[in-house]
Design a protein around this ligand. Structure first.
Ligand SMILES: C[S@@+](CC[C@H](N)C(=O)[O-])C[C@H]1O[C@@H](n2cnc3c(N)ncnc32)[C@H](O)[C@@H]1O
Length: 253
C-alpha cells in the first residue's frame, strides 16, 4: 500500500497529539537507543529527538514515500526502510515507540512479545493504536465495500487487528515488570467540507481505494463519501465532530 506524507500531515496536530500523550508516560530518563516503528514522515520521531537529544534515535518505516518525507523533515534521526513484520535488529533498544502503526500489522499475539524481546531490561515498549474500527467512518467503509459490484475485490483488503485492552494485558503481562494500558476518546473538531473523508483518505481508506480503478473506484468513493456526510453532519457553525478512540500501552521490562 502506498502512502502520501503530505495528505497524512494535513491533520498533523490531531495525528501527533497521541504520540505526545504516550511519550509523557515513558519514564526512561536517558535512553541510549530509541526506535520509532512506523515513523511515517518523522512527526512522532521529532518528539523522541526533542525529549532525548543525546540518544541514538532511529525511525523505521516500510513506505518509500513516508521515509522520503521523514528525511526531508529536518528531524535529526537515522532512517531505516524496513517492514516491522520482519524486523529483527541485532542490538536491543532502551525504548521502542510506535504511534498509530501496529494496527497495520497482524498476529499481535506473537508480534508484541517478539518486539518486547528487543527491549533492554528496564527499557520500555510504548505504542498507541486507533481502536475506532466500529465507528461509522470504518463501518461505512466496510458496508459500502460489501454492497456494490466491487465487493469481491474489496473483501479482504483490510484485516482488523486491534483487540480489547484485556487482550493486550494477557499477551504482555508475563513479559513486563509493569504495564500501563488506557484508552482515550478524542472529540476531534474538524473544519471544512468532508473532513472525515479527507482524514481517512490518508490512512484507513487507502487499501480500499487502491484496490479499485477508474469509474468503479470513483463510484465506491462517492457512495462512501455520501454516507459519511449523513453520519457526520456539519453543524450550524460549519464544524464537524469526529470522535476518535485510541488505545495506549506502555510496557516496561
Ligand atoms: C498512521 S502512520 C503513523 C506515522 C507516525 N508514527 C505518526 O505518529 O503519525 C502509519 C505508518 O506506519 C507505516 N507502516 C505500516 N505498516 C508498516 C510495517 N509493516 N512496517 C513499517 N512501517 C509500517 C506506514 O507506512 C505509515 O507511515
Amino acid at each position: 500500500m502506498s502512502w502520501d506524507p503530505k495528505i497524512y500531515m494535513a491533520f498533523a496536530d490531531e495525528r501527533t497529539r497521541p504520540a505526545g500523550e504516550l511519550l509523557s508516560r515513558v519514564t526512561n530518563a536517558d535512553p541510549k537507543r530509541v526506535a520509532d516503528l512506523g515513523c511515517g514522515p518523522g512527526n512522532s520521531t521529532g518528539l523522541l529527538v526533542a525529549r532525548w537529544p543525546n540518544a541514538d534515535v532511529e525511525g523505521i518505516e516500510s513506505s518509500q514515500e513516508m521515509i522520503a518525507g521523514a528525511k526531508a523533515s529536518g528531524v535529526k534521526a537515522r532512517w531505516t526502510l524496513a517492514d516491522v513484520a520482519h524486523w529483527s535488529p541485532s542490538q536491543r533498544y532502551d525504548v521502542i515507540f510506535s504511534n498509530a502503526t501496529l494496527q497495520w500489522l497482524d498476529d499481535h499475539r506473537h508480534l508484541l512479545p517478539r518486539l518486547m524481546g528487543y527491549i533492554e531490561d528496564g527499557g520500555t515498549f510504548a505504542f498507541q493504536m486507533p481502536r475506532n474500527f466500529d465507528a461509522p467512518s470504518h463501518v461505512l467503509m466496510r458496508e459500502v465495500a460489501a454492497s456494490g459490484p466491487w465487493s469481491a475485490k474489496l473483501r479482504d483488503v483490510r484485516k482488523l487487528n486491534v483487540g480489547e485492552p484485556g487482550f493486550y494485558f494477557d499477551i504482555l503481562a508475563e513479559h513486563t515488570a509493569s504495564l500501563d494500558i488506557w484508552e482515550t476518546s478524542y472529540l476531534q473538531v474538524m473544519e471544512g467540507d468532508d473532513p472525515v473523508y479527507r482524514w481517512v483518505s490518508a490512512t484507513g481508506l487507502r487499501p480500499f481505494a487502491q484496490a479499485l480503478e477508474g469509474e468503479e473506484r470513483e463510484a465506491y468513493l462517492s457512495e462512501y463519501r455520501r454516507r459519511l456526510r449523513e453520519a457526520y453532519p456539519k453543524r450550524a457553525d460549519g464544524k464537524t465532530l469526529f470522535p476518535f478512540q485510541r488505545i495506549f500501552i506502555v510496557a516496561k521490562k
